[in-house]
Design a protein around this ligand. Structure first.
Ligand SMILES: N[C@@H](Cc1ccc(O)cc1)C(=O)O
Length: 526
């Protein structure tokens, strides 16, 4: 174990995130998810009034008209079934009960907090016909870190995330299990321990909690952050690899990128120029004319991911700050608006897109590694980046297996890019005959990002090794941006001179990546 365990240097952000119906950004959700920020539900009179007005509108409508979808009718295709008045109160509890069909792994603590935050943000829009007391109960779960056990699989992502969110609805009512203080226990026990009574859902409140996109949206907020980190670290790794292969930094000149104005590649080229301390050249031809595409086109490949980030941020944040259930209740007029806002197509597209852009970056890095480990292409570096000398060289295989592993992880990531959104299918007696599959897209994106962290970790080991070997061949100094990175890498990864298992180094680096502790993870450089 070469990496110390506590590599986080992020300053804790202690200010509470306010939930009052104003827009949140995905950084706020990520901060809540990681426990860096707590939340505060607004208790402003106007806000409480607006929320409660929606719930009162439901009661009024019920008294005046007697029929509201999902309140006095069955759900979905069963909306033609009338619910007798004496059974109306039972209906919201039926909804989460029969949706208790979740399977697969449970969402982890960060994911669960992100889901709760996303659902609370949506209900705070005041269009869902729920009481303020329901918002308070969700806020209490977040605040006391009572985390419903939410199985990850079973949502088609339109009718929202009905099945996984049924576990949130049940926990609010003191049913099913939660994790609290590291222990799995009955939700009723955890609520009792913090002095809260289970909620009895009122008409419409079951649908309001469950008939929305909070699972995919919460996961998307977290995935987006990881995708941005991938872009930043991949840029830094590329710079190290250009240096290590004695590559041509003039591929990244500003004049070139002014001629093709996509902002993403321009930003990546700027980073590479900064890292490699490369000024625009007046020379007609640099010493090395053209490097292979995996180096020369790095801004173009990473730049696609870079350009996808602002676009997908908008999609995810619009979803986060939306009322995304059905029906909606206008608290002012009391009108019931029947629609399909539970359709998570934008998140599905964002996640399908991001995973493709990330996987292409991983593929780029895998190709860079292929250049580094092969003495036919590395301009003087030893095969497999082995640092063993003399008689020891014969038995040492350096990073050979690491490259094979990167090939495997990259291939698996590329395989995982099959878009989920195109696998819509008609379900629920053809009521839900076109669905988003956004939650599957988000989980696929997470898987690509998990594999991505492994590829990035391996590339950091390779870059550290390659830069050291280049400096042995051609003693000199690294540009300051890269010197910092190399110093950090040398402090955390001993040079591989005699072969050793690298799995512990990899695991430590993956943790450091997730803690944002690896130099290059922030735009300011470092
Ligand atoms: N989302 C559906 C409602 C629904 C709820 C639960 C179900 O099991 C099925 C459908 C709609 O608004 O039309």
């Amino acid at each position: 174990m070469h990496l110390n365990m506590n590599l986080t240097d992020a300053t804790p952000d202690t200010g509470r995130v306010l939930f009052d119906g104003q827009p949140l950004d995905l950084e706020a959700v990520a901060a809540i998810a990681s426990g860096r920020r707590r939340i505060r539900l607004s208790d402003a009179e106007a806000f409480r009034h607006r929320i409660n007005a929606g719930a009162q509108a439901v009661w009024r409508l019920l008294a005046e008209e007697g029929v509201i979808y999902g309140v006095t009718t069955g759900y979905g295709d069963s909306c033609t079934v009338a619910i007798p008045p004496e059974l109306v109160a039972e209906l919201p509890h039926r909804l989460y009960t029969y949706h208790g069909v979740g399977m697969g792994r449970l969402l982890d603590a960060d994911e669960t907090r992100a889901v709760l935050a996303a659902r609370l943000a949506s209900l705070c829009q005041g269009m869902s016909g729920v009481r303020y007391a329901l918002l308070e109960q969700i806020a209490a779960l977040i605040d006391h870190d009572i985390l419903p056990c939410i199985p990850a699989e079973g949502s088609v992502g339109a009718s929202g995330d009905l099945t996984p969110l049924s576990y949130v609805a049940a926990a609010l009512c003191g049913e099913r299990d939660v994790i609290w203080r590291g222990r799995r226990m009955a939700a009723a026990d955890a609520l009792r321990a913090v002095g809260r009574a289970p909620l009895a859902l009122q008409p419409k409140e079951g649908l309001a909690v469950m008939n929305g996109t909070a699972v995919m949206t919460g996961l998307a907020c977290l995935a987006w952050q990881r995708a941005r980190r991938c872009s930043l670290i991949a840029s830094r790794i590329t710079a190290l690899n250009v240096f290590a292969t004695a590559g041509n930094p003039h591929h990244f000149e500003a004049q070139l990128f002014d001629a093709k104005p996509h902002p993403g590649p321009r930003a990546v080229a700027r980073r590479l120029r900064r890292d490699l301390a490369c000024e625009d050249s007046t020379a007609r031809n640099p010493a090395r004319l053209q490097d292979r595409y995996s180096l020369r086109c790095a801004p173009h490949v990473i730049g696609v991911l870079e350009d996808a980030l602002p676009f997908t941020r908008t999609l995810i944040e619009n979803e986060l700050n939306s009322a995304n259930d059905n029906p909606l209740i206008d608290p002012d007029s009391g009108r019931v608006l029947h629609g399909g806002h539970f359709y998570g197509g934008h998140v599905a597209f964002a996640m399908d897109g991001l995973k493709t852009a990330v996987a292409n970056v991983l593929d780029l890095l895998d190709r860079q590694l292929a250049l580094l480990v092969d003495s036919r292409y590395s301009h003087g570096l030893p095969d497999n980046l082995s640092a063993a000398d003399g008689p020891r060289a014969a038995v040492n295989h350096g990073l050979k297996a690491l490259q094979i592993a990167v090939s495997a992880w990259t291939a698996e990531a590329l395989k995982g890019t099959l878009p989920a959104s195109v696998f819509s299918r008609s379900t629920e007696c053809h009521n839900q005959d076109k669905v988003s599959m956004g939650t599957i897209a988000a989980r696929d994106c997470q898987r690509v990002l998990d594999l991505g962290d492994q590829v990035l970790a391996a590339m950091l080991i390779a870059a550290r090794q390659a830069v050291t070997l280049r400096l042995r061949l051609a003693p000199g100094t690294l540009p300051p941006g890269l010197a910092d990175s190399q110093a950090w890498l040398e402090a955390h990864i001993p040079l591989v001179e005699e072969d050793r298992a690298l799995d512990q180094d990899l695991a430590g680096l993956v943790r450091a990546l997730r803690d944002d502790a690896v130099p290059g993870a922030s735009e300011s450089g470092r």
